[in-house]
Design a protein around this ligand. Structure first.
Ligand code: ADP
Ligand code: MG
Ligand code: MG
Length: 249
């Protein structure tokens, strides 16, 4: 589904990603872990099409198509979702109106008509119930005064509504409280299917107590230096990253 080959990327002539290879198949959950500054967020931004980074080598292939030259919106329309890509506050635009617009823009890009209002409402109802969301939340202004947990809930709701092929959840380095972790994990677990894939980027093993990954990759200094199964995450929790550093030298 998503295939990354020999990806190198720089910002201001500083090489940050130094040859990343990653194969993500439909139905799989991958976790990418690694110390602060390793390049995890850079990798997720680049997959989503952030234009601040220059891809100097390599390919990003989604369902057989190289998407590495496409604009972020085009990638989104093709089924790439990155959490926290749009954390801006939009006063006057509700959570539901924002997602309605996003869905209809995606349909327009594919030459489809707008989603009929009743179908949209049904979908909003289904997904918000699945994620146990409060109705009042849906009419709040986007991100305005949202707590950390509410931001996460909104992201997961967006993901549920957009039904991406590949969802990338960059949990960033800022502390997610336990409620936010549960919201993300429950959402991901409910939305997982044989047709989609999830890439969870985290440096907290505790998220992986809730979202059990099929594969765990360790990103260090711009490279994936080790891959394994969920046991690898536990080993990292216990021993940190230094032993891997020693192993690869
Ligand atoms: P991680 O998410 O693993 O903590 P990042 O991808 O955020 O790591 O950062 C990797 C490295 O790239 C860091 O050294 C960071 O300072 C640098 N970096 C990332 N984005 C930029 C940017 N826009 N401008 C300059 N340096 C950047
Ligand atoms: Mg960081
Ligand atoms: Mg990061």
């Amino acid at each position: 589904m998503l295939s990354i080959k020999n990806l190198h990327a720089s910002v201001e002539d500083k090489e940050i990603l130094k040859g990343i290879d990653l194969e993500v198949k439909a139905g799989e959950v991958h976790a990418i872990m690694g110390p602060n500054g390793a390049g995890k967020s850079t990798l997720s931004s680049i997959i989503a099409g952030n234009e601040n980074y220059e891809v100097t080598e390599g390919e990003i292939i989604l369902d057989g198509e190289d998407i590495s030259e496409l604009a972020p919106e085009e990638r989104a329309h093709k089924g790439i979702f990155l959490s926290f890509q749009y954390p801006v506050e939009i006063p006057g635009v509700s959570v539901t109106n924002f997602i309605k617009t996003a869905i209809n823009e995606g349909r327009k890009a594919k030459g489809m008509e707008e989603m009929p209002a009743n179908e949209m409402l049904k979908k909003i109802r289904e997904k918000s119930e699945l994620l146990e969301m409060d109705k009042k939340f849906l009419s709040r202004s986007l991100n305005e005064g949202f707590s950390g947990g509410e931001k996460k809930r909104n992201e997961i709701f967006q993901m549920a509504m957009l039904e991406p092929k590949v969802a990338i959840l960059d949990e960033t380095d800022s502390g997610l409280d336990i409620d936010a972790l549960r919201i993300v994990a429950n959402g991901v677990n409910k939305l997982k299917s044989p047709e989609n894939a999830v890439v969870v980027i985290t440096h907290y093993q505790r998220l992986l107590d809730y979202i059990v990954p099929d594969f765990v990759h360790v990103l260090m200094d711009g490279k994936i230096v080790k891959s394994g199964t969920k046991e690898l995450a536990l080993e990292l929790e216990e021993k940190g990253y230094d032993w891997i550093k020693a192993e690869i030298q």
